[in-house]
Ligand binder design. Sequence first.
Ligand SMILES: NC(=O)c1ccc[n+]([C@@H]2O[C@H](COP(=O)([O-])OP(=O)(O)OC[C@H]3O[C@@H](n4cnc5c(N)ncnc54)[C@H](OP(=O)(O)O)[C@@H]3O)[C@@H](O)[C@H]2O)c1
Length: 210
Amino acid sequence: MKLAIFGATGRIGGHLLNWAVDAGHDVHVLARSPQALRPRDGLTVTGGDVLDPAAVAAVISGADAVLSAVGPRIRDNFRKTELLAPAAANIIDGMHKTGAHRLIAVSAAAAFIPEDPDKSWIVKQIQQRIFGRTFADVRQMERVVKDSDLDWTLVRPTRLVSDPGKGEYRVRADFPPPGGGKIARADVAHFIDTALTSASYIRESPALAY
Ligand SMILES: NC(=O)c1ccc[n+]([C@@H]2O[C@H](COP(=O)([O-])OP(=O)(O)OC[C@H]3O[C@@H](n4cnc5c(N)ncnc54)[C@H](OP(=O)(O)O)[C@@H]3O)[C@@H](O)[C@H]2O)c1
């Protein structure tokens, strides 16, 4: 399969990249620091920013599916708070230009706490006060993706940790499974790999937790 991956220099994205290359896929990534990725057979790296529509479309060109694990770096937060929504818009435009239909993007379960029936009023207040601006970008990103005609999956992890993956975790539609508070980045990548290869969770927003 030909895959375009965004966020491949990141932690979830790094797991995705390793899986995709090891599985023999033909992988094209866009990276702001291409030198951060070691050359490998089957990997093409293009330098650029996901906020640049032309760079995004060039990387998607020829891809069967697109994976995005883009996320805001702390150092960028001082410059710009909106990343995910404009990045998603660029990815969708690029997919429309090139005919790719399958998109799997990392979202965030915490951004949907206001609608989560299992979360208390106080948790909802605190989360929104602290992370309101970040979550607004996540929610807008989901709206942009859901308004598209693509075969999308919006993966909503709970709190990310960098522990080794277990290969086992709980998945629930829209909101985290009861009591589930964290998930390893490696297992988020495992889920994305499973959803892609089994063509499952299409037009769904599964939430992940142990
Ligand atoms: N932290 C949590 O507990 C939590 C919970 C649920 C969901 N999430 C979401 O999980 C996602 C990924 O998490 P992670 O830990 O894997 O993230 P990460 O390690 O910080 O990686 C972020 C990736 O996005 C890329 N990126 C950022 N801005 C970019 C730009 N303008 N152009 C091109 N690439 C850009 C980074 O590239 P550079 O290497 O160039 O910076 C990097 O590859 C994020 O969307 C986050 O919101 C986080």
